[in-house]
Design a protein around this ligand. Structure first.
Ligand SMILES: [Zn+2]
Length: 400
């Protein structure tokens, strides 16, 4: 049985704010350095606008000089390291908090720390590169301002105040970009570490949770409450990965593998009305409504005999319906896809799978899907065991 903890996984807003604040302060300091060169810049522009020779030389040299001063005085590495540590701590606190509330204890499993080191190395170098690109944006902006000011020659004092305006504008645009970078990077890091720590704790799937406000992108809005496998991400990635996504992954605990008893009132069951998402190569994100399996495919009265075939061919019935869904999810990308002609409801497709059931037997299972004509959403519509003798569908235990 899968249970959803009532205690909610939180987005690391404090870490995001901290990093954004620091990056903006970095730009402030950077602009101060630029401003300290203002007299020299104005002098050069004024002098060279009269001479107008060797423009490239002095301009390039001056910009290089500013660049060297920035490099000498500012370093981003300590804050990048701190942000990593804070994000990781946040994830550990979320996981510990949820497990303590659910089971009264924390689950302990061996972690592959090499993987976390990899995440750290890649994230660190990416952030160093982004901050370098902020520096470059500033230097390019100065170069552009100087070359523009030299074309429109004005008096010396006017040049000073014009350049001061240019620097101010440049600072504003750079601060804005720094803030976007901070928000996006903390979201991406949180997404990766949550994935790493949840998956290594034995959590195989999660429920996609949005902020439920009007800033949530439509594509994510429809994912709210749907469960995903950590090893089968949707095309644009797990929660928090797409640019500026604030969604989170609420862990699902499979009690068969955790073998712990959750405390009363700390969880809800996920099975009855759940929707599972699976990413199918060449098709994209698809939905499996659990009720379709429990109330139709494996239901003794509603399935028109399909249930008998599943029981005898593979060993599935209503009691282990979730195992059948997991089996389909795990094997979906090794199936053979057959597309059917478009109808007014959408585009039907069949995916033929070879599944091995809990009884140790292997059988061919045909899964039916439809891409909704209106919403373009792909969902499971039917499933049956294909008879090995007849080669066609079976409506009962005959031929199995
Ligand atoms: Zn989102």
């Amino acid at each position: 049985m899968d249970v959803v903890p009532k205690k909610k996984w939180q987005y690391p807003i404090a870490v995001e704010r901290d990093y954004a604040k620091w990056l903006v302060a970095y730009v402030d300091k950077e602009m101060e350095i630029v401003e300290s060169f203002l007299p020299e810049m104005a002098d050069s522009v004024y002098r060279n606008s009269i001479r107008q020779d060797a423009i490239g030389d002095w301009l390039g040299n001056l910009v290089d000089k500013v660049g060297r001063a920035i490099k000498q005085k500012l370093s981003a590495l300590p804050v990048i390291n701190r942000t990593f540590k804070l994000t990781d701590r946040h994830v550990k606190e979320q996981l510990n908090g949820i497990e303590e509330s659910l089971f009264g204890v924390r689950t302990r499993r061996p972690y592959d720390t090499h993987q976390l080191e990899m995440i750290k190395t890649i994230w660190t170098s990416q952030n160093l590169a982004l901050i370098k690109s902020i520096d470059q944006q500033v230097l390019d902006g100065i170069r552009y301002a100087l070359s523009q000011r030299i074309i429109r020659t004005v008096g010396h004092d006017q040049t000073v105040s014009d350049l001061a305006d240019d620097i101010q504008r440049l600072g504003g645009a750079t601060r804005k970009r720094a803030m976007l970078i901070a928000v996006d990077q903390v979201g991406k890091l949180h997404s990766q570490i949550a994935h790493y720590r949840q998956f290594n704790s034995g959590i195989e799937r999660y429920i996609w949770v949005t902020r439920l406000d009007n800033r949530v992108r439509p594509r994510h809005k429809v994912r709210h409450g749907v469960s995903y496998r950590w090893d089968n991400p949707p095309p644009d990635g797990h929660p928090g990965w797409p640019i500026r996504c604030r969604c989170v992954a609420q862990p699902l605990y499979n009690l068969d593998s955790f073998k712990l008893t959750p405390r009363k009132g700390t969880f809800t069951e996920n099975e009855k009305r759940g929707i599972m998402a699976v990413n199918i190569n060449g098709i994209g994100e698809a939905r499996i409504p659990v009720a379709k399996i429990t109330q139709y495919v494996l239901h003794p009265e509603n399935s028109k005999g399909k249930d008998v075939a599943f029981k005898s061919a593979l060993g599935y019935d209503q009691n282990n319906a979730m195992k059948l869904i997991e089996n389909v999810e795990r094997n979906i990308n090794s199936g053979v896809i057959t597309e059917r002609p478009q109808t007014k409801y959408g585009k039907p497709m069949q995916i033929a799978l070879k599944l091995t059931g809990p009884n140790g037997k292997t059988a061919n299972v045909i899964t039916g899907w439809i891409m909704d004509a209106e919403t373009k959403e792909v969902r499971l519509t039917s499933m049956y065991v294909k008879s090995p003798k007849q080669g066609g569908s079976t409506n009962g235990s005959k031929g199995v």
